[in-house]
Write a protein that binds this ligand. Structure first.
Ligand SMILES: [Zn+2]
Length: 143
């Protein structure tokens, strides 16, 4: 059995496109076909103009840590603690912030403003769970 992390997702009509893309390793958020505002998590309704005509928008490239928490509580038996959970924003995608576990760096080194790559981890029920991989800083610190 594969190791899994995270909480089994609740798949709804609104989040189906997100989970389908995640399985392919793509991070997809909702874009509004009416006003262009982007939203995450998917809700099926624009947070800006309330139009109900979302279109999938794929986010590529690096994100930046907007905020973070370090979890010391063992919520999940397969997930060793502590680990950092980061909220990540992406250049060119205002309004979109995606939370996920930070990998590739010890939790005490997690910092606001650090660059991260989008990654996915195998999750419960065959779902791919979004997570983020620390980009090695220029000073050569170990990843
Ligand atoms: Zn809109």
């Amino acid at each position: 059995m594969d190791a899994t992390v995270g909480i089994p997702p609740a798949v709804t009509e609104e989040t189906e496109a997100f989970w389908a893309a995640a399985k392919e390793g793509r991070l997809v958020v909702e874009g509004c076909s009416s006003c262009g505002a982007e939203s995450f998590p998917p809700r099926g309704i624009c947070r800006s103009c309330r139009a109900r005509t979302p279109v999938p928008v794929e986010i590529t490239g690096r994100g930046r840590v907007y905020s973070l928490t370090v979890n010391h509580q063992r919520w999940l038996p397969d997930l060793p603690v502590p680990y950092a959970v980061v909220l990540v924003e992406f250049p060119g995608h205002p309004g979109v912030r995606v939370a996920g576990r930070l990998r590739g760096c010890p939790p005490e080194r997690a910092a606001i403003g650090m660059a991260v790559d989008i990654g996915f981890e195998p999750g419960p029920g065959g779902f791919a769970i979004p997570s983020f991989v620390a980009v090695s800083p220029a000073d050569g610190a170990a990843a």
